[in-house]
Ligand binder design. Structure first.
Ligand code: FMN
Length: 191
């Protein structure tokens, strides 16, 4: 294999996709599509999200201190793409994803969603002096999940087949192969 150096970024680094849901001042939900995020463990598991520059989602997270993060699935992809390409400042996205209130926090949860985190912002980093971009470290207060994903009735592969999450690579939406390659620690025996 010949390697090259180039000024790319993360084209071949898979990124998860989430719909972040917030309530607007009039009580209507707003959703944006997001991929700059990660998990970290500091005492408990935390969700880390970056919102770059002016966005309605950023304004509402700053104001409310909470939001929902729904795993984007193939079923939700059309609506998710719409939410990621139509700024909430200009478009009322209330009818895109019919929603109900979260179980624990006052955040919108899409009725069609199969896996939604309810997130409370614990602290915010302001990475630039313009004060337009934020990094949120959030506690996961609750998860609202399709019951079939939680019980023992289905195998892991069957659950993933049911969920069909979508990731993003090189500006494209990509499905996840539902096969498991093995459990963590399964490859410790080396020849
Ligand atoms: C695939 C995809 C991923 C995105 N990820 C992010 C992200 O992680 N952070 C961000 O600030 N904007 C991201 N965006 C842009 C926002 O989704 C977009 O600006 C959207 O209009 C925000 O909605 P809002 O204006 O209602 O807040 C992404 C857009 C797409 C299409």
């Amino acid at each position: 294999m010949e390697k090259v150096s180039y000024h790319g970024t993360n084209e071949y680094c898979p990124q998860p996709l989430y719909l972040y849901g917030t309530y607007k001042e009039d009580g209507k939900p707003n959703y944006g599509l997001f991929c700059w995020c990660a998990y970290c463990a500091v005492e408990a598991e935390k969700f880390v999200a970056c919102i770059g520059q002016d966005k309605l989602t950023r304004d509402l997270i700053r104001k409310n201190g909470m939001f929902s993060a729904t795993v984007v699935t193939e079923k939700l992809l059309t609506d998710a793409d719409y939410c990621g390409t139509h700024p909430g400042y200009q478009f009322d996205k209330v009818d895109v994803l019919p929603s109900e209130k979260g179980e624990k926090l006052n955040v919108p949860v899409p009725i069609e969603a199969q896996y939604t985190l309810e997130l409370k912002v614990e602290y915010t980093l302001h990475p630039n002096t313009d004060y337009d971009s934020d990094i949120y470290v959030c506690s996961i207060e609750n998860v609202v999940a399709d019951k079939r994903l939680i019980g023992d009735e289905l195998t892991f592969e069957q659950k993933l087949e049911l969920l069909r999450p979508v990731v993003t690579l090189e500006g494209k939406y990509v499905p996840i192969d539902p096969r498991s390659l093995g459990n963590w620690g399964a490859f410790q025996e080396r020849e």
